[in-house]
Design a protein around this ligand. Structure first.
Ligand SMILES: CC(C)(COP(=O)(O)OP(=O)(O)OC[C@H]1O[C@@H](n2cnc3c(N)ncnc32)[C@H](O)[C@@H]1OP(=O)(O)O)[C@@H](O)C(=O)NCCC(=O)NCCS
Length: 364
C-alpha cells in the first residue's frame, strides 16, 4: 500500500533498495496533509526486562580472539545480558509485559490484541504471542508474532496502531523480545560480540484525543538485502539435520560492512519520512531513539541528520544489540529516567534483517 507521501524521492536510500514500502497516514490535523483519525493510539505503559547474567567484553576475550578495546572502539558495547540454557523468549517477555500492564493500569483480561516482534520466539510455532496470551491470562486477545528482524518492535507497534485507529480494538500489548544468544555462533568473533538478550513491552490504548500517541509510522523492506543477515537452517529450505547442526547453519550469518552502510541511510530515511508525515521540524523532536546495533551507526545517523547528539538516546554499552527489543528497552529507560515528559515527541527508528527498516513518531 502506498500513498502520496511515497511519491517523494527517498533521498538517502538508493531506489534499487526500496522494493516495498508501506507508509500509513498517521499525523492528526489538516496541516499534515494526512487524513485525520478520530481515534488516537496512546502508549499507556512500558516495561522492560533483561536476563540476570552479564557477559562483559573481558569475558568475551576468554572465548574468542578479541579485545575490550576492539569491541569498545568498533561498537561502543561494554557488556550484554545473556539468558540461561532453560530461559526462553516468553520467560523474559512475560516480566516486561507485566511491568507495562502495571504501569498502564490494564488487566491482562482487558487486552484485545498481543503482537510480538521476534525472530527468536520460544519455538517456530505456536507463536510467542500465543504463549504470552496463555501465560498472562488474556483469553480475549488476538495474538500473533511478526518477523522483521531488529525492526520487529516498530513493525509490531505500527500494526497494533492500525488496529486501534481503525476502531478494531481498544487495548493492545506490543512486545519486542529477542534471545539472540540462542542463535549466535560463539566461535565467530565477528558476530558473537555484538548481541545480547532482552525484552520490552508497551501497552497501547485507544484515546479520543486527537494529535497524541503514535502520530505516524513508516515501514519499509528490501528483500534483495536478505543475504546480508540471516539464519540459513531450521526452516523449510534447510530443515534441521545432523549436517545443518555440524555446519552451524542454525546460527546468525552477517555481512557487517554491508549492513553498516544500509543502517545509517535507512534510519535517516525513516526519520525524514516521519518528519514529513507529521509536519514537524527536528527541533520539535525531544528524543531520537535509534536501534542500538553499533554506536558508530548511531553517531553517523545523527550526523547525517544534523540531529543534536545530546537528544539521541544511547544505552548500547549496557545491553549490546538486543535486536527487536532495543528501541522499546530504550524507550522504557528514557521514560523512567525522566527524559520523556508529557507533550514530548519521541521518534523511534530501526533497521534489521529482511532487510527491513522503519520508524514511529510518538507524542506522550
Ligand atoms: C560488525 C562490525 C562491528 C565490524 O566493524 P568494522 O569496523 O566494519 O570491522 P571489519 O568487519 O571491517 O573488520 C575489521 C577487522 O577486525 C576484525 N574483527 C572482526 N571482529 C572482531 C572482533 N570481535 N575482535 C577483533 N577483531 C575483529 C576483522 O577480522 C577484520 O580484520 P582484518 O582487517 O584483519 O580482516 C560493523 O561492521 C557493524 O557493526 N556492522 C553492522 C552490524 C549490525 O548492525 N548488525 C545487526 C543488524 S540489526
Amino acid at each position: 500500500m502506498s500513498d502520496s507521501g511515497d511519491s517523494a524521492p527517498i533521498d538517502e536510500v538508493p531506489p534499487r533498495t526500496m522494493i516495498s514500502r508501506v507508509t500509513k497516514p498517521g499525523a492528526h490535523g489538516s496541516q499534515s496533509g494526512w487524513p485525520e483519525h478520530p481515534i488516537s493510539a496512546i502508549i499507556a505503559g512500558t516495561g522492560s526486562h533483561v536476563p540476570e547474567r552479564v557477559l562483559t567484553n573481558a569475558d568475551l576475550e576468554k572465548m574468542v580472539d578479541t579485545s575490550d578495546q576492539w569491541i569498545t572502539e568498533r561498537t561502543g558495547m561494554k557488556e550484554r545480558h545473556i539468558s540461561t540454557d532453560g530461559e526462553a523468549a516468553s520467560d523474559i517477555a512475560l516480566i516486561a509485559c507485566q511491568k507495562a500492564l502495571a504501569e498502564a493500569g490494564v488487566k491482562p483480561e482487558e487486552l484485545d490484541l498481543i503482537i510480538v516482534g521476534t525472530v527468536t520466539g520460544d519455538m517456530p510455532f505456536p507463536s510467542t504471542a500465543c504463549v504470552l496470551q496463555q501465560r498472562l491470562g488474556a483469553p480475549q486477545a488476538t495474538a500473533f508474532d511478526i518477523s522483521a528482524g531488529c525492526t520487529g518492535f516498530i513493525y509490531a507497534l505500527s500494526v497494533a496502531r492500525q488496529f486501534i485507529i481503525t476502531g478494531t480494538c481498544k487495548t493492545a500489548l506490543v512486545v519486542g523480545v529477542e534471545l539472540l544468544s540462542k542463535i549466535t555462533d560463539w566461535t565467530d568473533r565477528s558476530t558473537c560480540v555484538l548481541f545480547g538478550d532482552g525484552s520490552g513491552a508497551a501497552v497501547l490504548k485507544a484515546d479520543p484525543k486527537p494529535n497524541t500517541g503514535i502520530l505516524a509510522s513508516y515501514l519499509a523492506a528490501d528483500g534483495t538485502g536478505g543475504q546480508y543477515l540471516y539464519m540459513p537452517a531450521g526452516g523449510s529450505r534447510h530443515p534441521a539435520s545432523v549436517e545443518t547442526v555440524q555446519q552451524r547453519m542454525h546460527t546468525c550469518k552477517m555481512h557487517g560492512n554491508a549492513i553498516f552502510k544500509v543502517a545509517v541511510r535507512s534510519m535517516a530515511s525513516a526519520f525524514r519520512h516521519l518528519l514529513r508525515q507529521t509536519n514537524l521540524e527536528p527541533d520539535d523532536v525531544k528524543l531520537l531513539i535509534p536501534h542500538q546495533a553499533n554506536l558508530r551507526i548511531i553517531e553517523a545517523t545523527a550526523k547525517l541528520l544534523k540531529f543534536p547528539p545530546e537528544r539521541v538516546f544511547i544505552n548500547i554499552a549496557k545491553y549490546g544489540n538486543t535486536s527487536s527489543a532495543t528501541t522499546i528497552i530504550a524507550l522504557d529507560e528514557a521514560r523512567k529516567d525522566g527524559r520523556v515528559l508529557p507533550g514530548d515527541v519521541v521518534m523511534l527508528v530501526a533497521f534489521g534483517a529482511g532487510l527491513t527498516w522503519g520508524g514511529v513518531a510518538i507524542r506522550f
